[in-house]
Design a binder for this molecule. Sequence first.
Ligand SMILES: N[C@@H](CCC(=O)N[C@@H](CS)C(=O)NCC(=O)O)C(=O)O
Length: 234
Amino acid sequence: MNKPYILHYAPDNASLIIRIALEILGAPYEAVLVDRSVAAQQAPAYLSLNPLGMIPALETPDGVIFETGAILLWLADRHAGIFPVSDDAARGEGLKWLFFISNSLHAGLRQMFYPEKFIAAEHAAKLRDGIAQRSQSDFAQIEYLIVDPEMTLLGGATPTILDIYACTCLRWAQLYPTTYADNWVDVETFPALRALAKRIELLQSVQAVQVAEGLGPTPFSNPIYANPPVGSAT
Ligand SMILES: N[C@@H](CCC(=O)N[C@@H](CS)C(=O)NCC(=O)O)C(=O)O
């Protein structure tokens, strides 16, 4: 049997997306907690895995991989079924939107949640106002893709890495940041994404992860703050 992957995770962190992908794939893995309550992501032991000090990191036979999009793509290439393989005509379409979710939607949320990492504190509200608009339009783009009958990689018959990445971003936008306007993203304007969230969260793989990380039974469509059995989300 292949050695299990080692996923360095914290509850409800970006590692959630990777954990769901691993569960969908049925790939053996061990989840190792990065204890955010003591900033373990900044400790030398973790920095030796990911010098950026960000969660997740995945130990693989090819070495440690970090950056959520890169890990998803690597896993999808090694275990077929959740993204078009390299010679599939749909690969380019998938890559465009994977990079969009990673570089725009997820990156925007990161600025929303951690503005102090990007701008002086006195300008944080202004940054957040800008990101709120940007995120609204990024989610609108996802909504458009889901209803587009030509686009089968989002909201299609079988779950893809785009589905789980987009649904996790939807989760976070409904919960965080706690110090900004509620409903800063108007989820009511995304009925197709919400329907996808309802469908995806029923997957046995998603349910296994929500139990493991204490996310509640409807982690994407009607999320509650994580109450994990171990570790902390922040
Ligand atoms: N670009 C990174 C972002 C990951 C990220 O934002 N991780 C957060 C948790 S959700 C983190 O590690 N935050 C801790 C910190 O910034 O100190 C990726 O795609 O993996």
